[in-house]
Every structure is written in structure tokens, then in C-alpha cells.
Design a protein around this ligand. Sequence first.
Ligand code: B12
Length: 152
Amino acid sequence: MSQHISFIRNKKLTIEKPLKILLTGISSDSHTWNLVFIQLLIEHYGHSVVNLGACTPDELIIENCISEDIDMLVISSVNGHGHIDGRRLIKKIREHKLTCHLPCFIGGKLGTAGAGNVAYIKELLSEGFDAVYDDSQQGDSFDDFLALLTSE
Ligand code: B12
């Protein structure tokens, strides 16, 4: 039996669950335990994961979104460059005719400014991410991501 989930940016685009999720780090980021954690979490809620690992070039991410017929892209970055790499990547994704409507999410430690990371969150949303989850946002952020995975 399939369930459904809606995304605000995509004007209530409806997607069947369980989702096939592409999980990846981003080009400059060599951290991997964040990816392991997020993969186990997503799988715990019944979705499948294609994990591309760390230091992943933008083009490889876009190619896999297409070739793997992905329902949702989740980026995890903790080295503090996520706001730079993320902006560059989401522009390319939104410009590509086969990924322009793909639901895209990014989370972790996206800058090094602590509470000041909120400025990056706004930039990443305006460039095209459907939601941005930064650790600096007092814990609500992670609950929001869990709600996304579990909502019907
Ligand atoms: C282990 C570690 C390393 C290891 C990584 C080994 C590996 N195979 O992963 C090594 C030594 C290689 C490393 C290197 C570096 N590191 Co390092 N590292 C850490 C450390 C100690 C732990 C990270 C970890 O594994 N945590 C466990 C995982 C499970 O948790 P997590 O990464 O915190 O992820 C959680 C959240 O961020 C969130 N989350 C993550 N992604 C997503 C995605 C979504 C969608 C959502 C909702 C949530 C979410 O959920 C996760 C679970 O709670 C942290 C400090 C710390 N105590 O956190 C620094 C830390 C991440 N590193 C840091 C830095 C700066 C670096 C280097 C740049 C250092 C340098 N100058 O060389 C390099 C990175 C180089 C590069 N090219 O990326 C900084 C980042 C600063 C920032 N963003 O503000 C940190 C925070 C240390 C610090 N306090 O300064 N590091």
C-alpha cells in the first residue's frame, strides 16, 4: 500500500512512499559518519537509500539522480562549506530539465557561524532547496526532517 507526501516548494507535488532516496556528501566534504547515520535513519523508516559517499562531484550527483530514478535527494554536510557547495549544486539541479522538480533537502553543519548560519539557510532555500536543516537551529530542524520521513 502506498502512502503520500507533499512538498511546499513543489506546490503539493505528490510522491508515493516508500521513497528511493539519493543520499550524498558534497564536493569539498570528506566526513562520512554523518552519511552512515542518516542512511540508517532513513532506512529505519522504510525508505531505500543510494549512498554516494563523501567528496562527491556535482555532476555525479546529478547523473545518479537521473540514472537511479530517484524520488528525493538528501545532502549531508558538516565541514562548514555546505552553504557554498550546496548553492552551486542546487543551481545546477534546478537548471537541468530532468532534475528541476526533484525534491531536494540539505542538512548538517552548513556553515561555521553557529546561530549565524540562519543567513545561509535563507540563501539555500531561495536558490531552490525544498528544506534546509542546520544543527544550529535548536533541534527543531531534526524533528522536521523526521516528520518528512514519517508523514503520510
Ligand atoms: C570525525 C571528524 C572528522 C574526521 C572525519 C572522519 C570520517 N570518516 O568521517 C576527520 C579527521 C577526517 C575530519 C576532518 C575535518 N574536519 Co571534522 N570533525 C569530526 C568530528 C570530531 C565528528 C564528526 C562525526 O563523525 N560525528 C558523528 C556523526 C554521526 O554526526 P554529525 O557529523 O555531527 O552529523 C549529525 C548532524 O550534523 C546531523 N546531520 C548531518 N547531516 C544531516 C543531513 C540532514 C538532512 C539532517 C536533517 C541532519 C543532518 O545529524 C547527524 C547526527 O546527529 C566533528 C566534531 C564533532 N564533535 O561533531 C568535526 C567537525 C565536523 N570537523 C570540522 C572540520 C572543520 C574539519 C576539517 C575541515 C578540519 C581541517 N581543517 O582539515 C576537516 C574536513 C576536511 C574536508 N575536506 O571536509 C568542524 C566543522 C566546523 C563547522 N561546520 O562548524 C567540526 C564540527 C569540528 C569543530 N568543532 O570545529 N573531521
